[in-house]
Ligand binder design. Structure first.
Ligand SMILES: Cc1cc2nc3c(=O)[nH]c(=O)nc-3n(C[C@H](O)[C@H](O)[C@H](O)COP(=O)(O)OP(=O)(O)OC[C@H]3O[C@@H](n4cnc5c(N)ncnc54)[C@H](O)[C@@H]3O)c2cc1C
Length: 383
């Protein structure tokens, strides 16, 4: 749903210009230094990017899912590390509070998140618990008006930058599965929290992940999201459901950029006396990428509109994430192929994108987990 076309077009224009004038020229520097320059982070705040999904009442832009997808299409026509910096605050880090938090929790935490003064991270994965997220072992033991948290979270995006964590921990050890899990808001400055070494990743330099270790961390009982124990896994799954449409939109944006650069290269590069874009075998690769990109874009917009209309789209969200993340992998692979040797060396940035997009098939649920979610949804609907 688009609430006001004129305002939306204005926002999309601003993001498009920001990508073209500020982000795209800084891609190389970010990849080399593994850091997003402070002046760019400042400008991202000014543009309201940290508050895209947080309601206007808390200082954000309160975008609908369709509007968010359109902004991601534009914002992601550049290195995905830029999106990653806002991604956890706009998405998985804040949405649990928004969806299930109490009024006090929203008042306290959402305004600084919307301004970009505080970065939110989402801490679910553990060394022994990835796809099987319901098996987490991080323990939160009640002690008066606090919980005492012990455990280790792994691969936590933006943990080095985070001001708060949306943390999933087990409050009921007798319940081995999802029902023993509670979601907490944890101030990152709380004593007992320490960070591991920043992970050396395959791609997306400039976006940081690391372990977060909780050692006797005292978290106020008032920070249980929604104030009720045992609902944390449901909160996490709702957050990830929405996040899947978001990530699919990100994949569409990145694929668009890759295909545009690739088409331009194919039209300029000559072999056998003619542009390689005139060879039908190259055209087939271009056409396959355009077709799949169009399909993914259409899927994302359809799922986003249905979600805005109040439909349950968990199956469709998984379809989007599965298809779009696999699609951008194929688009990146063809981009390398069409660039030939130039695609394999660093100068054109294509090999960087090839590495960057590999992550989309892994986090926020691997492709195999999306397949399981989709098939389970089908069976549920049919029975
Ligand atoms: C860069 C990066 C950023 C991340 N950011 C965050 C974050 O901010 N917060 C967070 O909580 N987590 C984060 N993660 C963790 C991420 O969500 C997990 O890595 C992912 O869910 C997969 O878990 P795993 O790595 O333990 O793999 P595993 O679960 O061990 O899976 C290994 C392989 O087995 C397959 N597999 C597993 N179970 C099944 C099954 N039932 N059927 C078929 N195949 C199966 C998987 O598909 C995969 O191919 C991040 C990871 C990375 C790499």
């Amino acid at each position: 749903m688009i609430r006001d076309t004129e305002t939306m077009n204005g926002l999309l224009d601003s993001v498009r210009r920001f990508v073209r004038e500020r982000l795209a020229p800084a891609e190389e520097v970010v990849a080399e230094t593994d850091q997003i320059p402070a002046d760019i982070v400042h400008d991202m705040k000014q543009l309201g990017l940290f508050g895209l999904t947080i309601p206007e009442a808390y200082g954000g832009l309160g975008l609908t899912m369709e509007e968010e997808a359109l902004v991601m299409f534009e914002l992601c026509e550049t290195a995905p590390a830029f999106r990653s910096l806002i991604g956890t605050t706009v998405g998985i880090g804040s949405q649990g509070i928004l969806m299930d938090g109490t009024a006090e929790q929203k008042d306290r935490w959402l305004p600084p998140l919307a301004r970009g003064d505080l970065i939110a991270s989402f801490a679910l994965t553990e060394p022994e618990s990835g796809s099987d997220a319901a098996s987490i072992r991080t323990r939160a033991r009640r002690d008066g008006e606090h919980y005492v948290v012990d455990g280790t979270k792994r691969f936590i995006t933006n943990a080095p930058e985070a001001g708060m964590f949306t943390l999933m921990a087990r409050t009921d050890p007798a319940q081995k599965g999802a029902s023993g899990i509670t979601a907490f808001i944890v101030d990152a400055k709380t004593p007992g929290i320490s960070l591991g070494r920043i992970d050396r990743k395959m791609g997306q330099k400039g976006a940081h992940t690391c372990d977060v270790v909780f050692d006797g961390v005292r978290v106020p009982a008032a920070n249980v999201i929604g104030g009720v124990e045992g609902r944390g896994f449901k909160t996490a799954m709702k957050v990830l459901d929405k996040g899947r449409i978001h990530i699919a939109a990100v994949c569409v944006g990145v694929a668009e950029r890759l295909l545009r650069d690739t088409l331009r290269y194919a039209m300029e590069r000559k072999q056998f006396g003619q542009p390689i874009a005139e060879f039908q075998l190259v055209q087939a690769m271009l056409a396959d990428s355009r077709t799949e990109l169009y399909a993914a874009r259409t899927m994302v917009l359809d799922a986003a509109r249905r979600r805005d209309a109040g439909e349950d789209v968990s199956t469709e969200a998984a379809c989007c994430k599965y298809y779009a993340s696999e699609m951008v992998g194929r688009v990146a692979d063809r981009a390398v192929q069409i660039h030939g040797g130039a695609g394999y060396v660093a100068d054109h940035g294509i090999e960087r994108y090839y590495r960057d997009v590999r992550l989309f098939r892994i986090y926020e649920g691997t492709s195999q987990i999306q397949q399981i979610v989709i098939a389970r949804g089908m069976v549920r609907q049919a029975s």
